[in-house]
Design a protein around this ligand. Structure first.
Ligand code: MD6
Ligand code: FE
Length: 213
């Protein structure tokens, strides 16, 4: 017996999911990536590892903003400083703050996670749930090679859809979709020449702390 609630909780894509293909044109993509590349100096990249197992992610990461998302054997968390250098993260560029104000109503983002996918990298199905501000939408920007993004519903086991995300595409997880499972199956190497050395960069902007902090 399928209750209405169960059917609705399996809807894919969930309510509040927005995909804005080609939101940034080529010149905006070039300008944004060069700003990111200048801020993320080589020592700012790190390789996160899985909680418990310590297995490395295939995605390399960096952060911009007051708080950075990190993962190691101790777990997932937000940290004000880099896990190996101990330095604060570089600032979030103004162009990204302007994009946030345009597309997300709510308090300012505190974290811009920068994901670097070289050919072969992928990101397992997950929910963004390490933030206190769970009701504030998450905004993401794709640059470089096309990704096969997988979007599910509110349960790990439900149906999913595969959605290509190309360079310049913007995704917003708002409403119900804020708690939806999602991941990156793979990238399609050679589909863009934007990223030096090839691959894909994804920028994810998030509010971390609740309104009272
Ligand atoms: C990626 N994106 O596109 C991984 N999370 O590389 C995410 O995990 C993500 O695109 C929350 C909201 C939007 C996203
Ligand atoms: Fe995510």
């Amino acid at each position: 017996m399928d209750s209405t609630k169960a059917v609705l909780s399996r809807a894919v894509p969930p309510e509040g999911f927005r995909h804005l293909p080609g939101f940034l044109d080529r010149s905006a993509q070039v300008a944004l990536l060069s700003e990111i590349w200048a801020l993320v100096e080589p020592e700012v990249w790190f390789t996160p590892t899985m909680p418990r197992t310590g297995r490395p992610f295939s995605v390399r990461m960096a952060n911009l903003g007051r708080l950075g998302w990190v993962s190691d054997i101790r777990g997932y968390r937000y940290a004000p400083t880099h896990p190996t250098t101990g330095r604060p993260w570089p600032p979030i560029p103004d162009v990204l703050l302007a994009l946030w104000r345009e597309l997300v109503a709510g308090p300012e983002p505190e974290c811009c996670l920068v994901n670097l996918y070289r050919p072969g990298a992928k990101l397992g199905l997950h929910r963004d749930e390490d933030e206190e501000a769970q009701e504030v939408p998450v905004l993401s920007i794709s640059l470089g090679d096309t990704a096969i993004f997988r979007l599910g519903g509110l349960t790990r086991r439900g149906p999913t859809v595969a959605l290509p995300l190309a360079s310049g595409d913007v995704v917003v997880l708002a409403g119900e979709s804020r708690r939806a499972y999602h991941g990156v199956d793979r990238i399609l190497p050679g589909t863009s020449d934007l990223v030096p050395g090839g691959g894909r960069v994804n920028l994810t902007l998030r509010r971390v702390t609740g309104p009272r902090l």
